[in-house]
Design a protein. Structure first.
Lengths: 281, 139
């Protein structure tokens, strides 16, 4: 199925929505679905929630906040468990996005697990990244930490009717990178997602950001992403091979006893794999 | 997807309550226990039957569990089973919970609801039933 999809991808606007747990990401996505539909655009949502590190199970509850459009055929919502993947996404997320893009949705919104500082994998997946903050999540020191703040194209201060909202808005303004490098100035938009306040303004900014993107830059990014996916798939294959092949046990023991560094052992294993497997025709 | 489960693939369950039924303590507990058992639980509250069907289709779940404690379970499950069948998903395991009188339980089972977990049963029984049922299918 994926083979049928590739070649048709690259048309959808992929929008990432990230931010700390409880900031209102799902509610905001629900409101954004409404804006897309009013503009006549079809929209798919991939909502990622964390898997338990113990049993591997998950409660996927994002969909519950996106019920305004439950019966709209131009809206598709899929819940995805992170399945042990760090970075706020799951390893399958990129492929799910490709399928929805290839299927012909105008926009694909990816909601990450609650993320805050280091979870920047969304940058490689989405053309437009929205960072959602809410009053009461950390002080100024939290906000100036580099990472996710730098990769966001649009900032949203949700729950803007909260008494602490003014202070949070000020810290966010102070925390923003002095220069974003290119021509795009990262806006800060105040919303109250639950009653749709500020959401049409946010949607306008989302479309505006997409419109000013350089198509050749997007194509380049897509190639980079495909190469990353290839690298991840190769790593998965190699990992399975090394875990299952009993021959690698002696290499592992040499690492354990200190005879060999992990890096040297890995290089050795890589050579073994390369010499044993025939290149793909 | 259907109830064919690849090795290592988590069981996906949709848990929902019908629109007007606010007795959701039980189903929340079941959701947590299922998560701890390694299931991926899509948790939804207060849905119309057509919304349950749509969520089950979008999410490719193996199991649909409806908790109902306020009557109305006969038309609800009737619509749900018919809707799943109409979309080629009559392979999904449909189970119920909450308060369902014994006579109605017989009716529901004859329609294809595979188990009803009422008062006196527990989440572990439901989990064991699902694992057993899906193991039979996938082997």
């Amino acid at each position: 199925m994926l083979a049928a999809v590739y070649g048709r991808t690259g048309k959808a606007h992929v929008v990432g929505v990230t931010g700390p747990p409880g900031a209102g990401k799902s509610t905001l996505v629900n409101a954004l679905i409404g804006e897309h539909r009013r503009a006549g655009l079809s929209v798919a949502v991939v909502a990622v929630d964390p898997s338990s590190p113990y049993g591997g199970g998950a409660i996927l509850g994002d969909r519950i906040r996106m019920s305004d459009h439950a019966l709209d055929d131009e809206v598709f919502v899929r819940s995805v468990a992170s399945r042990g993947q760090l970075g706020g996404l799951s390893s399958a997320t990129a492929r799910v996005v490709d399928v929805l893009d290839g299927f012909g949705f105008n926009s694909v919104i990816v909601e990450t697990v609650g993320a805050g500082q280091a979870e920047i994998s969304i940058m490689h997946l989405a053309q437009t990244v929205i960072f959602v903050a809410a009053p009461g999540f950390g002080d100024e020191t939290q906000a100036v930490k580099a990472g996710v703040l730098e990769i966001a194209d649009i900032f949203v201060l949700n729950k803007a009717d909260h008494p602490m909202a003014k202070k949070a808005d000020r810290s966010l303004h102070e925390a923003l990178p002095a220069s974003s490098g290119g021509g795009w100035r990262q806006p800060i938009i105040s919303t109250v997602a639950i009653d749709n306040t500020g959401v049409s303004e946010l949607f306008a900014k989302v479309r505006e950001h997409w419109a000013q993107l350089d198509p050749s830059e997007c194509a380049r990014a897509a190639t980079v992403r495909a190469q990353q996916q290839l690298a991840a798939a190769v790593a998965e294959l190699a990992s399975a091979y090394v875990s299952e092949e009993p021959d690698f046990e002696s290499l592992a023991k040499q690492v354990l006893s200190g005879q060999l560094s992990l890096k040297s052992a890995a290089e050795e294993a890589f050579h073994v794999i390369a010499s044993r497997t025939r290149p793909v025709e | 997807m259907s109830t064919e489960i690849a090795p290592g693939e988590p069981i996906r369950v949709l848990l929902a309550k019908p629109t007007h039924d606010c007795h959701d303590r039980g189903v929340r507990l079941v959701a947590k226990k299922m998560r701890d058992a390694g299931f991926e639980v899509i948790f939804m509250n207060f849905l119309l039957p057509e919304e349950v069907i749509r969520a089950a289709l979008d999410e490719d779940v193996h199991v649909v569990g409806i908790s109902t404690s306020s009557g109305g379970h006969l038309p609800l499950f009737g619509d749900l089973l018919a809707g799943l069948a109409a979309h080629g998903r009559d392979d999904a395991v449909v189970i119920g919970g909450g308060v369902i009188p014994p006579d109605d339980e017989k009716t529901l089972r004859s329609w294809g609801v595979e188990a009803i977990f009422g008062p006196g049963t527990n989440a572990e029984q439901a989990i064991a039933m699902i694992k057993r049922r899906l193991a039979t299918v996938s082997s």
